[in-house]
Design a protein. Structure first.
Length: 133
């Protein structure tokens, strides 16, 4: 019986030792994987930053082109609108002509804000500003 106890203790110690070796091997491999993961993270994060910067520059260029295109379209619509308004002014009564002239006047041509004739329900507000001053 004593011999069996010694054998069991020896087997238990061997199993304990094997477990410690396995655990130590696992720790070493885990540290290697951690280092590899850290290196991979650094490499991929640098690549991602480069890609994001390139994409950002491309988007800025596209945004500028879009802004220019929209500006051209807005200018064309404005010119077409002036033609439409002038046609409407020619074929409309005098009260409508005043409103059309107000919308057709370019803000670039105006030097004073009070020169703009605003109409709402037929009331010229430009006259109101002169009477208050």
């Amino acid at each position: 019986m004593e011999k069996e106890k010694d054998e069991l203790k020896t087997e238990a110690n061997e199993a304990q030792e094997a477990w410690k070796e396995t655990l130590e091997t696992f720790k070493v491999e885990a540290l290697k994987m951690k280092e590899m993961s850290q290196e991979a993270y650094e490499v991929y994060s640098k690549k991602a930053m480069v890609i994001l910067k390139e994409t950002s520059e491309k988007l800025k260029i596209q945004a500028e082109k879009s802004r220019q295109d929209l500006s051209i379209v807005a200018q064309q619509i404005s010119e077409e609108g002036k033609v439409y308004l002038s046609t409407a002014a020619e074929k409309s009564p005098d009260s409508v002509k005043d409103v059309v002239e107000t919308f057709a006047s370019s803000t670039d041509e105006l030097k004073e804000v009070s020169a703009v004739r605003d109409f709402y329900l037929g009331i010229p507000y430009g006259m109101y500003t002169y009477s208050c001053v």
